[in-house]
Design a protein around this ligand. Structure first.
Ligand SMILES: C[S@@+](CC[C@H](N)C(=O)[O-])C[C@H]1O[C@@H](n2cnc3c(N)ncnc32)[C@H](O)[C@@H]1O
Length: 286
């Protein structure tokens, strides 16, 4: 596979891709995401607003596969459900125009459950059908892959070749304790006032548990509905960015540029892919 990684973030698709193919170019407009991508993958993504990507530039890469994770806010449970009307869908809309002119031979799109049945989903299927590709709408969660974290996602997989849905693994999640840092960062603990104010609605988990709720981009700033918090003998704390990275299945070598704040790290991870789930979606193409 000769891959274009669109909305590349920290490069989750590239981690999942491994020997299945080669990324020819990645695109993302966010500076922190691109610095993280470059540190981990050794190549800097094109810092281009995808709504302005020209047909010549796209076709010039000679890619045959698009891997893309467009912004999910227009389709999120907690978002505005505006779909293609949301300004954050402009880049996706533009890519659907480019698809007509220079269609890929394979594509995998990742998003939240609300994408299925949306106007954006209908538009994508329209393009896929018009180009004569086969496709599958898949749903999977990291918790089926041995990870004690919920991350339900949908994948639209399209290919020139007929596709068969693969069974989901049913691996028992490991306890959260297996994903914790050897040495705790004390600054992650919440003060008594914060806990008194937000504790009631928070997802509190212990190290021996095998489940936790989904981390979202606002984990560094919000307490309720943004992900799990760890209850220890000492108090209640956030999971560290490296613990979140492990719960997403990122490799042990994954790191952030030193200068990135805690909030930015959580945001990039909250936007990210669960790597074993993305790899499972890619396996449909091989
Ligand atoms: C859901 S995240 C994708 C995360 C990625 N799959 C990963 O593994 O980290 C969406 C990404 O698209 C980028 N993005 C959003 N709108 C964009 C646009 N119009 N042009 C280029 N990049 C955009 C954001 O900066 C963000 O990193």
């Amino acid at each position: 596979m000769r891959v274009l990684e669109l909305f590349s973030g920290l490069g989750g698709w590239r981690f999942a891709l491994r020997e299945r193919g080669q990324v020819l170019a990645a695109y993302d407009v966010n500076e922190a995401a691109n610095a993280t991508y470059a540190l981990n993958h050794g190549e800097v993504p094109v810092p281009r607003e995808l709504a302005h990507l020209s047909l010549q530039e796209l076709a010039g890469h000679g890619a045959d596969t698009w891997l893309l994770s467009p912004p999910c806010q227009p389709f999120c449970r907690m978002g505005n459900h505006q779909g293609l009307e949301d300004r954050r869908s402009r880049a996706f809309l533009h890519l659907m125009d480019l698809f007509r002119e220079a269609p890929p031979e394979r594509l995998v799109l990742e998003n939240v459950g609300g994408f299925l049945g949306s106007d954006a989903h209908a538009l994508l299927l329209d393009r896929i059908r018009a180009h004569g590709l086969h496709w599958l709408d898949l749903q999977a969660c990291a918790s089926h892959f041995g990870l004690p974290n919920m991350r339900p996602r949908v994948f639209v997989v399209a290919s020139r070749k007929p596709l068969i849905a693969r069974p989901l693994p049913q691996l028992q999640p490991e306890p959260l304790g297996a994903f914790l840092d050897a040495v705790e960062d004390e600054r992650l603990y919440l003060d008594a006032e914060t806990y008194a104010r937000h504790g009631f609605g928070m997802d509190l988990v212990r190290a021996e548990e095998r489940r936790s709720t989904c981390f979202i981009g606002g984990y560094g700033r919000r307490f309720v509905g943004s992900g799990p918090f760890l209850k220890t003998e000492r108090g209640v704390r956030r999971f560290s960015p490296s613990e979140v990275a492990r719960l997403l299945g990122l490799p042990a070598t994954f790191r952030f540029p030193e200068q990135l704040s805690l909030e930015v790290r959580y945001k990039l991870l909250g936007n990210g892919l669960s790597i074993p789930v993305a790899a499972w979606a890619l396996d449909h193409l091989t």
